[in-house]
Structure formats: structure tokens, C-alpha cells
Write a protein that binds this ligand. Structure first.
Ligand SMILES: Nc1ncnc2c1ncn2[C@@H]1O[C@H](COP(=O)(O)OP(=O)(O)OP(=O)(O)O)[C@@H](O)[C@H]1O
Length: 566
């Protein structure tokens, strides 16, 4: 509840609360007028105790306490209450939308600002659920919390009135209300637990399904997709059982309140008529007050139950935001990087588990304007080296230097903007070829796109497509061949004229001739524009073209060949 309060728009909440308090007072006045009204109707206006005081109070205001006067107070009180509650709920409706949107934007902001190691540990599908279901539930939690507040204010109003009429009756109402709340609290706890359980398993289902769909092709190809059905069925069954239990808990809370209320009424009426020997008219009104007080306490308990149910989604998405925020990248400020000399690794050691280094005391240069190729066997640490160079991972010891300045002292975002990067596991977005190259940035025109495609050796195949640049590439680029995807990814990395182009096994899917063309284009770019190239490759084409070859084995630099660079 407190976490929910921290994201609620404060001004709107205050306005809502003030309206609800005044609505409570208006309703209180309306209901309080019933007692003198009944007295006037039944015994002509004398009354006893609090009724007599109420009549005297009205007379002291210079108003004659007639039946018409109290009927007017009743109608005005109730009308005022309705108007104020309507206004308050209108505010709540707007706040609900604000809360859901705020949670979604906070989540997206936290996710985009997180450091690379964070994404590696997260199942992607988890965020789809957080963005849709859980964020929606956060809004619902606010809605239910507002309704609960309204009900609690109503409880306070009724208790005040009942206490003013008779403190014994007030204590009786509170006592019975308390017994009811404590007896039925079990169902509130069940509702909360089952809501959390449903949420957990739904998250697992969505996460698992997203993962499966991303890698569905080999599963289909090997005919092994069907076995996943059983895994989802297990989660679905848990959700079904939890939902049933939750439904029962909600209905039980409501249904069992009624007999408790009936019992309370019977006891109340008995005490009033037989023990305290109060007049029948007053007892009637008091019974009404008692019934409404206890019923309002019951409604508040149902409200609490609804909050507990909706809260499960909110807690889950709030946790996701907290975890992502804790993994926020910090080194965003610092000096603007230059690249006059090039980059270097000096005695860099890094391990995903610090006890087991993947890169050990690596030292080598990436000189400006030259083509450097890193070679080495699978798992030697080539991609990890690139991640260190881009500041996606930080060394445990040693330094990554850009123009002799440690990366940690530089504006890391500005540094990354100076690079063009084609990863090993490249992914295209489900959009047009053009959007995949420009990434939707409006500063690139048709000439920029044509230049990048040409350098990436993609112009001919794009021109041959019926819809050309407007061709939609399908999910993760599935409608293109592996080699075509690689060329589009290279064009994307070149369009913003990077200072350093990083190609991580970026031409592995190409035939030797196409690869040779791309290598030639990139080398020419390096010669003509001063572009620095870092290519990770097992392919002989890149080793042949390189000015500088760094060979890695088990995370160690075993040789540096500066053939052409000398
Ligand atoms: N996120 C990660 N968490 C833990 N270990 C990792 C992670 N990424 C890579 N590794 C491990 O680090 C080592 C180096 O991996 P890296 O991807 O850098 O190798 P590589 O030389 O690029 O290999 P390949 O040529 O097969 O792509 C491997 O043993 C790998 O299992």
C-alpha cells in the first residue's frame, strides 16, 4: 500500500480525499436527521437524550425543527454526498489511467537505462507481462485503494453518528464489526496469496512462451514443440486452481458477512428494546444505523480484499522496476571522447564470475584508421573483449583506453555513439528494410540509406525486392536470408558514419565472393575516410585484409601481428 502511495499523483489524491471526507460529512448529516425526524413523527417533538439535544440545537440556530426541515436536510445531505462522491470517483478514474501509464513509462525507462549484464539475466517475456497485465493491475490497485478509502471514511462517519446517538450502540457496532473482520480475515489472506500465485505462474507462462516462440524453428524442425504444451498446461492448472480459490474467498467474504450482520442486528435490537427499554421509533433508527455501520465495515473489508488482489500485479511490476533501476548504468557523464590515436586494452582482466577470468591480462592496440582483426577459437573471449571496449562490461583490473583516457572517465554514451556495431547474434526488427537501416531516425535521408547499403553490399538484393526498401523483413528478419540480414545490419552500423566499426562474425553467413566484396568496401572506407575497423572473424578474408591481427586463446593474447600496420 505504501509503495502504491509513492507513485500516486499527490494533488489529485488530496482533492479526492477532501471530497470523500466532505461526502462523508454530508451523508452523516443526512442520516443524523433521521433520528429527530422519527421522533417528530412518532411522539410530536419531545424526544430523549441525543434526539432532544438535536432538536434544541436546531432551535438555537433560529430554525423551527419541523418534519419538512429534517426531510430537507436528509435530501440535501444525500444529494451533496452523491455529487461529491461522483467528483471524487471522476478524479480516481483519471488517476487510475495516470498510474498505469506512469508504471509503464517507469518500467521502460528503467529497462532502457540498465546495464548490459542485467539483460543477460532476465527472461524477456517477463517484461511483456509487466507492461500489459501488471501495469494495468497497478491502476486497478489504485482504483481499489481509493474505493477502500471512501469506504473507510463512510465507516468513520457512521461510527461517529452512532457514538453521538448512543456510545453503547457505537461500541456494540464496533465490536461486532471487529468480530466480523477478524473472522473473515482468513479469506482476505487467501485472496492475496492466490493473486500472487496466479501472477507468478502467468509470468512464467508468458516468459516461457516468448522464449519458445523466439526459438520455435528448430523445435518445429525436430518435431519437439509438442512437449512444451505439457509445461504450459502445468502452469495453467495452477492458475486455474488459484483462480477458483480466489473466487471462493471473495464470495465467502461477502456471503458470510450477512449472517454476522443479522446476528448483530438481533443482539442490538434485543439490547435496545429489552435491556435499555428505548422507544420503538428510536430503536428502529438505531437498528438502521447499526446495520449500515456493520454493513459498511463489511464493504470496507471486501474493498481491502480487492486491493490485495490487484496489488499482486503492482508489487510484481514495482519489483521489476526496482531491480532494473538498481542495475542502472552510472557512467553517463565524463569527458567527450576523441579518437585520434585509437583504443587500447592494458592488462585487462575480466570474468563473469570474478573467480574465473574469461579475459586474462590482455594488452593490445586498436590503432586509428586501420583494420584490426581479432581471431581465436570458440569461447576464447573475443565477444567479451568487444563488450569491454564498448563499456558493456567493466574490467576487474587493467584499463580500456580511448585515446589514452580510461573509458570510465569518458561520456560512455558519446563513445558508443561513435561506434557502429554488428553483433554475432544480430536481430532485425519486424519493420521495413529502410526502418531497420535508419532505426527510424529522421536525420537520415535516401542518399544516406543508399550509401550505407552500397558499402554493406546490400544495394543489389534490396533493389531486386518487389517492394525494395519498403519490404517488411518479418519477425527478427525471418523473411530474409542469413547473409541478407547480415548486410542490412552492416548498413545500419555504417549509416551514421561511425569512427569505429565493430564487426563480430558479421560476414559468416555470406558466400566468399559477397564477403570479399564487403571486406573490400570496408577496407576502402577505412582508407578513404579514416574509419577504424575491428573485425572478429575466423574467416581468412578478414585476416588477409587486416593491418593488425590479435590472436586470443583462452582469454589471453597469444600473438599480435602488426604486419601491414608497421
Ligand atoms: N553473459 C555471460 N555470462 C557468463 N559467461 C559468459 C557470458 N558470455 C560469455 N560467457 C563465457 O565467456 C567465455 C567467452 O565467451 P565469448 O562469447 O567472449 O567467446 P568468443 O570468443 O566470442 O566465442 P565464439 O567464437 O564462440 O563466439 C565463454 O566461456 C562463455 O561461456
Amino acid at each position: 500500500m505504501l509503495r502504491l502511495a509513492s507513485i500516486i499523483p499527490a494533488r489529485r489524491t488530496v482533492v479526492t480525499l477532501v471530497c470523500l471526507v466532505f461526502a462523508g460529512i454530508a451523508e452523516g448529516l443526512g442520516i443524523a436527521s433521521l433520528l429527530p425526524l422519527v421522533t417528530l413523527i412518532s411522539d410530536g417533538g419531545s424526544g430523549s437524550g441525543s434526539t432532544a439535544q438535536a432538536l434544541a440545537f436546531v432551535r438555537s440556530l433560529g430554525v423551527e425543527p419541523t418534519i419538512g426541515f429534517f426531510l430537507l436536510v436528509l435530501v440535501i445531505g444525500m444529494a451533496l454526498k452523491a455529487g461529491l462522491v461522483l467528483f471524487a470517483m471522476h478524479q480516481v478514474g483519471r488517476a487510475v489511467a495516470d498510474v498505469a501509464v506512469k508504471v509503464r513509462l517507469d518500467l521502460i525507462d528503467a529497462l532502457l537505462a540498465a546495464r548490459w549484464s542485467y539483460y543477460v539475466r532476465q527472461p524477456v517475456g517477463r517484461f511483456a507481462n509487466a507492461l500489459s497485465t501488471e501495469s494495468h493491475q497497478a491502476g486497478e490497485a489504485y482504483n481499489q485503494a481509493a474505493l477502500l478509502t471512501a469506504e473507510l471514511i463512510q465507516v468513520a462517519t457512521y461510527v461517529t453518528i452512532v457514538m453521538a446517538v448512543s456510545w453503547k450502540l457505537g461500541m456494540l457496532s464496533l465490536g461486532v464489526g471487529l468480530v466480523m473482520v477478524l473472522t473473515l480475515n482468513r479469506f482476505v489472506i487467501v485472496a492475496k496469496r492466490t493473486a500472487r500465485k496466479q501472477n507468478r505462474h502467468l509470468k512464467r507462462m508468458i516468459g516461457g512462451l516468448t522464449d519458445l516462440l523466439v526459438g520455435i524453428k528448430p523445435m518445429k524442425a525436430m518435431g519437439r514443440h509438442a512437449r512444451f504444451q505439457a509445461l504450459f498446461e502445468r502452469d495453467a492448472e495452477v492458475i486455474r486452481r488459484a483462480q477458483r480459490k480466489q473466487s471462493f474467498a471473495r464470495h465467502a467474504t461477502k456471503a458470510l458477512q450477512e449472517p454476522i450482520l443479522a446476528l448483530c442486528l438481533a443482539v442490538g435490537i434485543y439490547f435496545a428494546l429489552v435491556v435499555w427499554e428505548l422507544p420503538a421509533g428510536e430503536v428502529l433508527v438505531m437498528s438502521l444505523l447499526l446495520a449500515r455501520t456493520v454493513a459498511t465495515i463489511g464493504k470496507a473489508q471486501q474493498g481491502l480484499q480487492a486491493v490485495r488482489i490487484a496489488e499482486a500485479g503492482f508489487v510484481s511490476v514495482a519489483d521489476a522496476i526496482d531491480v532494473a533501476r538498481a542495475a542502472r548504468e552510472t557512467a553517463h557523464s565524463g569527458a567527450r571522447p576523441t579518437f585520434d590515436l585509437g583504443a587500447a586494452m592494458r592488462g585487462v582482466t575480466f570474468g563473469y564470475d570474478p573467480e574465473r577470468p574469461v579475459i586474462a591480462n590482455a594488452t593490445f592496440e586498436i590503432p586509428r584508421g586501420l583494420v584490426t582483426t581479432i581471431t581465436g577459437g570458440s569461447g576464447a573471449g573475443k565477444t567479451t573483449t568487444v563488450d569491454l571496449l564498448l563499456g558493456l562490461n567493466e574490467p576487474q583490473s587493467g584499463e580500456v583506453l580511448i585515446d589514452e583516457t580510461p573509458l570510465g572517465d569518458l561520456d560512455i554514451i558519446a563513445w558508443r555513439r561513435m561506434t557502429g556495431y554488428v553483433p554475432q547474434d544480430l536481430i532485425l526488427f519486424h519493420d521495413t528494410l529502410e526502418a531497420n537501416v535508419t532505426l527510424g531516425q529522421p536525420e537520415f535521408d535516401a542518399a544516406d540509406v543508399a550509401r550505407a547499403l552500397e558499402a554493406a553490399g546490400a544495394s543489389d538484393f534490396v533493389a531486386g525486392l518487389p517492394e525494395g526498401l519498403k519490404t517488411v523483413v518479418g519477425e527478427r528478419g525471418a523473411r530474409l536470408s542469413g547473409g541478407q540480414r547480415q548486410r542490412i545490419a552492416i548498413a545500419r552500423a555504417l549509416i551514421h558514419r561511425p569512427t569505429l566499426l565493430i564487426l563480430d562474425e558479421a560476414t559468416t553467413a555470406l558466400d566468399p565472393e559477397t564477403e570479399a566484396n564487403i571486406v573490400r568496401n570496408v577496407v576502402e572506407l577505412a582508407r578513404d575516410t579514416g574509419l577504424t575497423v575491428l573485425a572478429i572473424s575466423h574467416q581468412p578474408a578478414w585476416a588477409r585484409a587486416a593491418d593488425h591481427v590479435v590472436h586470443l586463446a583462452e582469454g589471453r593474447v597469444v600473438s599480435v601481428d602488426r604486419r601491414a600496420a608497421e
